[in-house]
Ligand binder design. Structure first.
Ligand SMILES: Nc1ncnc2c1ncn2[C@@H]1O[C@H](COP(=O)(O)OP(=O)(O)OP(=O)(O)O)[C@@H](O)[C@H]1O
Ligand SMILES: [Mg+2]
Length: 428
């Protein structure tokens, strides 16, 4: 009997593929999807999503592409280690433009023609690059040049870059600054919280047919402690733990099964050769991923969105530890762990700089999207932007001359970010 039959499951619940069928709409994933949809809808031009390995970037892309496939021509580049001309060819092929031995100039002309044709019909043209940290610098520059092919009135081309934290470091380099400055929507995809991790496990079990298997509470806790909420690691550990329960004939997954799985993944468990056999499918790759994620975990975390005004753009990147990190609804759960500066700098603020979870007040954006202003007044300049559901820690509050309360919130900008009470709900 195989384990699916044993647990009465229809499908493998923790498969390592970015399958839209299994998409778990966590707050982070949802916010990023909303932001990208907004960016494409509003023809914002360049969008960037940064996330540690395994946080769900490719999964989000698949959902996004599904959403837009009938209303956009999409060139999806999954293997971006291409030189500029190869990259251009790949894009044109995806857009169904016949190459037929065209020179580079002819390719560019064909590309421009298709942009103009579709501008007239309202159809978006999207270039989506996954694993964009692997793009050679010259290809990134080529992408910027492509984005120059637009009318004066509107951005015909929507470009979405998804990548690991090295991508932002790359874009910070002086010679790529021009592209970086064009990014209007940027987001950092943060891992799941402890309670989301538990929901995520449930969600995947239900999708796979629920069956009879139960992950007890201690096992979920342990999975979160190990994975720190990174979906790929959750899948790895949960899958192994499920196997361990199966091998031991247990109808539920316990903390010990998870412990065994973790030790096994980390290569610490001195298992006899025969016991290794059921797990061999996942093998060495799983160990490498788990170790890489653990190392990466303490270097980067946090989610934010910032629609860069000319003033806020470059500054958002240069956020330093002097300004405490953006809090979110999940801060409480993250209090023991370093919270990343979501301003994409990759630097961690000292933990002491973070507000104490038990004293801090939070506001959650209740409007569809909300502007943040440089001072507590409706006439003050907009400095940033956030979407519904985003939660921020409040640094101070003030009442303006009309009696309206304003909250200064933690946000990865060197400018103060004030938000009106009309756009948020407050929770203690
Ligand atoms: N929101 C989600 N719902 C369901 N499964 C998810 C979600 N996010 C991630 N996963 C699962 O986690 C695994 C890794 O996700 P994905 O490949 O999208 O990560 P990634 O950020 O693209 O990683 P990498 O940087 O290594 O390419 C996949 O198995 C995917 O199914
Ligand atoms: Mg990916």
């Amino acid at each position: 009997m195989d384990y699916l039959t044993f647990f009465k499951l229809d499908d493998d619940p923790f498969r390592l593929t970015p399958d839209p069928e299994y998409f778990f709409p966590s707050q982070e994933h949802n916010e990023i999807l909303n932001s990208l949809n907004y960016a494409i809808e509003q023809k914002e031009g360049f969008s960037l999503v940064i996330g540690q390995p395994g946080t769900g970037k490719t999964t989000i892309l698949r959902i996004l592409i599904d959403h837009w496939k009938d209303r956009a021509e999409i060139a999806l580049v999954m293997t971006p280690r291409l030189q500029p001309e190869e990259f251009l060819q790949a894009v044109l092929e995806d857009l169904n433009i016949k190459l037929g031995g065209r020179s580079k100039n002819e390719m560019l002309k064909a590309f421009r023609d298709i942009l103009i044709t579709h501008a007239a019909t309202g159809k978006r043209i999207m270039i989506v690059v996954d694993e964009a940290q692997n793009m050679p610098d010259e290809t990134i520059e080529e992408l910027r040049l492509l984005s120059n092919l637009e009318t004066e009135k509107e951005k015909l081309l929507q470009i979405i870059l998804m990548g690991q934290p090295e991508l932002q470091k790359k874009l910070n380099a002086a010679h790529l600054k021009q592209l970086d400055q064009r990014i209007t929507i940027r987001a950092v995809l943060r891992p799941l919280t402890r309670s989301e991790t538990s929901d995520y496990i449930n969600f995947r079990l239900i999708k796979a047919g629920k069956g009879t298997i139960v992950f007890d509470e201690e096992s979920r806790k342990k999975i979160y402690d190990m994975s720190k909420g990174i979906p790929r690691v959750i899948n790895l550990v949960a899958s192994r733990a499920l196997m361990a329960a199966f091998v031991s004939g247990s109808a539920s997954v316990s903390r010990d099964h998870v412990k065994y799985a973790i030790e096994h993944l980390a290569g610490e468990h001195n298992v006899p050769w025969r016991r290794y056999v059921p797990f061999v499918r996942y093998g060495i790759a799983a160990v490498i991923v788990a170790v890489a994620v653990i190392v990466g975990l303490y270097r980067f975390s946090g989610t934010t969105f910032s629609k860069n005004t000319p003033a806020a753009g470059p500054q958002a990147r240069s956020v330093q530890a002097k300004e405490p990190a953006t809090a979110s609804g999940h801060l409480q759960e993250k209090a023991g762990a370093p919270v990343g500066v979501p301003g994409l700098s990759g630097n961690m603020p000292p933990e002491a700089a973070l507000p104490k979870p038990d004293t801090v007040r939070y506001v959650t954006i209740s409007a569809g999207s909300a502007n943040m202003r440089g001072a507590p007044s409706v006439t003050s300049a907009k400095v940033a932007w956030a979407t519904k559901g985003a939660t921020f820690a409040v640094l101070e509050s003030k009442t303006d001359s009309t009696g309206r309360t304003w909250y200064r919130v933690q946000y990865p900008s060197e400018k103060p970010c004030w938000i009106s009470e009309k756009l948020v709900t407050e929770k203690q």
